[in-house]
Design a protein around this ligand. Structure first.
Ligand SMILES: CC(C)(COP(=O)(O)OP(=O)(O)OC[C@H]1O[C@@H](n2cnc3c(N)ncnc32)[C@H](O)[C@@H]1OP(=O)(O)O)[C@@H](O)C(=O)NCCC(=O)NCCS
Length: 163
């Protein structure tokens, strides 16, 4: 459990009954990504992602971890992480990959995503996983800032061109 000075928030494992709130937040985030990066993403396509089946699999998998934050019982944010294998030339090739980070606009700026990521870091420690990775779009300064505050760094970037 975590608490902040502004709103008292709590973190816990997500349950299937959180799905509607998670879905609404993720569609909000994904459509925003599409508006910011329209060369790569389509807003309508993002709106129609099958969040229910994607998360049904997540709740049943022993390789996926979903945490939510609440303020007074109200959904405030979500962070998902999946165990993944990355190429063997890396020193640590079993990683936890952070996906689906979202905090409701009214609760941003209070470190809620940091508290959720710390829950994922606890999972990593429990399972002997040494590396956590994520992808953040260049425009997304709030997420970059949140990760910096937690001690993450950006060892490389991806480059794109449509041909
Ligand atoms: C990115 C996001 C998850 C960060 O969550 P958060 O709990 O607000 O994170 P933090 O409290 O650590 O704040 C991070 C930065 O956001 C910015 N921020 C602060 N208040 C904010 C607000 N009300 N609205 C937007 N951004 C704000 C600040 O730059 C802050 O850094 P600072 O603490 O050095 O001032 C959240 O902004 C969000 O859900 N954005 C939309 C979805 C998204 O982009 N997800 C990430 C995909 S990779």
């Amino acid at each position: 459990m975590n608490e902040s000075a502004k709103n008292s928030f709590q973190t816990r494992k997500a349950k299937p009954s959180d799905l509607a709130a998670i879905k609404s937040g993720l569609i909000d985030s994904w459509t925003e990504h599409a508006r910011r990066e329209p060369t790569l993403l389509d807003e309508e396509q993002m709106r129609n992602v099958g969040v229910e089946s994607y998360y049904k699999d997540a709740f049943e998998s022993d390789k996926t971890f979903v945490f939510v934050a609440e303020v007074d019982g109200k959904f405030a944010g979500v962070q998902r992480a999946d165990i993944q294998e990355i190429p063997h030339f890396y020193k640590d090739n079993k990683i936890l990959y952070l996906d689906d980070a979202y905090v409701s606009p009214e609760f941003r700026g209070q470190g809620i995503i940091g508290a959720l990521i710390k829950e994922v870091e606890k999972v990593a420690k429990e399972r002997g996983i040494k590396r956590i990775q994520t992808r953040v779009y260049t425009y997304n300064k709030p997420m970059q800032r949140a990760l910096e505050k937690l001690g993450y760094h950006m060892p490389h970037s991806s480059w794109d061109k449509l041909v």
